[in-house]
Design a protein around this ligand. Structure first.
Ligand SMILES: [Zn+2]
Length: 369
C-alpha cells in the first residue's frame, strides 16, 4: 500500500477549516457497486465481518485514489436502515440482496404491512445486523486511515420513500398526519442510530444528511421543510453538531434550504451535490456562502463520467477546479454513487485531474485576497 493517508487526512482537514491545502482533495461516495468491481466480492461477502469490510473499504478507496475513506456500503443510512426496520418488524424477506450492487427494500412494503405507524418497531442499531458490522468496520477504517468516520443519517425523506413508497407523495396532500407520525418514528430510529454510532465509532464531527425532499422536482419547499427540514434542524440542535447536506437531485433548493436552517440556528458547513450543472451558479453560491465547503459542484456521475472519455472527465474537472479551487473550501467529488456502467478509466481520470490542475497555490481570487 502506497497511499499516503496522513496527507489525505491533512488535506481534508485543512480544506474543511478554510485553509490552503497542498491540492484540491478528491472524495467519492464509494458504495457497493464500485467496491464489488474492485474487490471481486459480493456485498454479503464484504459484510461477513467488520475486518473484511474495513479491508475492502480501504482497498477500494486506495484504488480510486481518494482522500476520503469510508465504509463501502451505501454511504448513508439508506437501504440498511430499511433492512433494520424490516427485521425489527418481522419482515426481513421484504429486503432484496443483490450480489454486486446496493440492496434494497421493496418500497412501501413496511408501511403496507404495518399501516398503523404507532405499531412500527424501531430497530436497535447496536444489535440488528448489518449495523454492528458496518459501525465496527467504520471504526477500523477511521483508525487505520486517520480519516474521521462520516455519520450519515437519513432524515427523513429517503427513509420515508423506503418505508412508505411513492404513496408518500399522495400522503403529503391527503394524509399529512400519517406522514408526520412516520417522520417521528424515523427520527427516533435515527436517534438510536446516532447513539450506536457514538458508542461504537465515537462522536462524529458533523451530521452528513441526505436531504432528498428538497428538490423542485419532488416537493414544494414548505412541504420539504415540514416533512424533512424541520426534523434535520431539530436533530442537529439536539446533538449539537453542524450540518453537511447531501442532495443529488436535479434541482435542489440549495439557497432556500440553507437560509432556513441558518434561521433555525443550525450551522451549515458543507454541501455535497452535482446540480446545478451550470458552474456559474456554483460560483454564485461560493460568493454567497464563503464559509460553506462545496464538495462536488458539477461532477455528475451520469454526465461525462458515464458518457464521455477520460479526457472529457479531466476537462470537466479542470473547469470545476479553476472556477472554484482558488476560493478554497472546495473538494472535487463526483455525485452520487458510481454505477457499473461508468468506465473505471473515467473514474481514475478524476485523480489525474486533481494532481494535474488542483495544486495550490492557485491563480485566482484566493491569492488576490
Ligand atoms: Zn445521492
Amino acid at each position: 500500500m502506497n497511499h499516503d493517508w496522513k496527507a489525505s487526512a491533512e488535506r481534508l482537514a485543512i480544506t474543511m477549516l478554510g485553509g490552503e491545502p497542498d491540492r484540491v482533495p478528491l472524495t467519492f461516495l464509494a458504495s457497493e457497486d464500485i467496491a464489488s468491481r474492485i474487490s471481486g466480492l459480493t456485498v454479503r461477502e464484504m459484510l461477513t465481518s467488520p475486518e473484511k469490510l474495513a479491508a475492502v473499504s480501504i482497498e477500494t478507496c486506495e484504488v480510486l485514489g481518494a482522500d476520503s475513506a469510508s465504509v463501502v456500503v451505501t454511504p448513508y443510512c439508506g437501504p440498511y436502515e430499511g433492512l433494520a426496520f424490516a427485521k425489527a418488524n418481522g419482515m426481513a424477506e421484504e429486503f432484496e440482496w443483490k450480489d454486486y450492487s446496493a440492496p434494497f427494500i421493496r418500497e412501501g412494503a413496511v408501511c403496507n404491512r404495518v399501516p398503523d405507524v404507532a405499531q412500527l418497531e424501531i430497530p436497535d442499531h447496536s444489535r440488528v445486523e448489518p449495523w454492528p458490522t458496518l459501525l465496527r468496520a467504520a471504526a477500523i477504517v477511521a483508525e487505520r486511515t486517520g480519516i474521521p468516520a462520516t455519520f450519515a443519517p437519513s432524515l427523513t425523506w429517503s427513509s420515508i420513500q423506503m418505508l412508505r413508497g411513492s404513496q408518500a407523495y399522495a400522503d403529503v396532500i391527503e394524509n399529512p398526519e400519517f406522514l408526520l407520525a412516520l417522520c417521528e418514528k424515523i427520527y427516533a430510529s435515527q436517534w438510536d442510530y446516532y447513539q450506536a454510532f457514538c458508542s461504537i465509532v465515537g462522536k462524529p464531527f458533523f451530521v452528513f444528511n441526505c436531504q432528498y425532499a428538497f428538490n423542485r422536482t419532488m416537493l414544494r419547499f414548505e412541504d420539504a421543510w415540514r416533512f424533512e427540514g424541520q426534523f434535520v434542524s431539530r436533530f442537529c440542535k439536539q446533538v449539537g453538531l453542524p450540518l453537511a447536506i447531501h442532495n443529488c437531485g436535479f434541482d435542489p433548493y440549495w439557497n432556500e434550504m440553507i437560509e432556513r436552517h441558518i434561521a433555525e440556528g443550525v450551522d451549515v458547513i458543507m454541501v455535497n451535490g452535482s446540480h446545478p450543472l451550470d458552474l456559474d451558479r456554483w460560483v454564485d453560491f461560493r460568493e454567497k456562502y464563503p464559509q460553506i465547503v462545496i464538495m462536488g459542484a458539477s461532477i455528475f456521475v451520469n454526465g461525462e463520467l458515464e458518457n464521455g472519455k477520460p479526457g472529457d472527465v479531466m476537462e470537466r474537472a479542470r473547469e470545476n477546479i479553476e472556477r472554484l479551487g482558488p476560493f478554497g473550501r472546495f473538494v472535487l467529488s463526483p455525485v452520487c454513487c458510481m454505477p457499473w456502467r461508468i468506465p473505471l478509466a473515467n473514474v481514475l481520470a478524476l485523480r489525474e485531474a486533481v494532481d494535474t490542475y488542483g495544486r495550490y497555490p492557485m491563480q485566482g481570487p484566493a491569492t488576490d485576497a
